[in-house]
Design a protein around this ligand. Structure first.
Ligand code: 6PG
Length: 233
């Protein structure tokens, strides 16, 4: 298990600000390498990251050299209320970040089964390792769309798998999903896990102990890069 930096905050607002500050610093560090340097940022969807995105969108970075992509996506059009791409465009790529680029997982006009090869091709043209990955977690211990009841979960959590993303269909989600695999998410300079509430704290602590069936345990176990967990009650 790599080193885990656990940070606890008095409020969700403070935790969101800390996450935004850390992500901005990681992107800024990558961009400072040269005037041509490109940065890539993978971010989760869901209800947690919105306030972090709002703050991050105001960071004075050269966002034209930054590509943002979802860690996972519901297989819905980018204007659908449940779209993570929509969340990124409406909450993160605003203000100073308006010039940022998006690498979408949803592809209009193709079957979900065709998406992984298209995404893999786009990833080949994207700055990697990712400058940073921001993940959330469900109370069932899933991260991205790697749910406990996903039939191909073992393959998706195999740290050496060559597949960067997989189609995910489970009872846990009303939508068909596309998710980056653990191996793709681990290809990052730094991983930030932003979680709120007592229940998620307990899931994290249980997974950290080992021996759980929570998918997030594989992330904690196999992460060899800095992993920062930011939590508020
Ligand atoms: C998604 C996310 C997912 C999310 C968790 C936690 O598409 O929903 O990528 O992995 O991070 O489900 O969701 P909340 O932040 O809403 O608790």
């Amino acid at each position: 298990m790599g080193s885990i930096d656990f940070q606890s905050y008095e409020s969700r607002a403070e935790a969101s600000a800390a996450a935004a500050e850390l992500l901005a610093a990681l992107v800024r560090k990558k961009l400072s390498g040269s005037p041509q340097a490109q940065a890539s940022l993978v971010v989760s969807g869901g209800s947690t990251p919105g306030p972090c995105f709002d703050l991050l969108s105001r960071e004075p970075l050269d966002w034209t050299r930054v590509t943002v992509m979802p860690s996972d996506e519901r297989w819905v059009p980018a204007d659908h209320p449940d779209s993570n791409e929509r969340l990124i465009r409406s909450r993160l790529l605003q203000n100073r970040a308006a010039g940022g680029n998006v690498l979408p997982l949803f592809r209009a006009g193709v079957e979900a089964t065709q998406a992984p090869s298209l995404i893999q091709a786009d990833l080949a043209d994207t700055a990697q390792p990712f400058s940073a990955v921001l993940l959330g977690m469900g109370e069932d211990g899933h991260f991205a769309s790697l749910f406990p009841d996903f039939e191909q979960l073992p393959a998706a959590l195999e740290p050496e798998t060559q597949e960067p993303c997989m189609v995910v269909q489970t009872a846990s989600s009303p939508h068909l999903r596309i998710s980056l695999t653990l191996s793709a998410l681990l290809n990052s300079g730094h991983i930030v896990l932003l979680i709120f509430g007592a229940a998620k704290r307990e899931v994290f602590e249980t997974a950290k102990q080992g021996g759980s069936a929570y998918p997030v345990e594989a992330l904690l176990r196999h992460s060899r890069k800095p992993l920062t967990v930011i939590w508020a009650g």
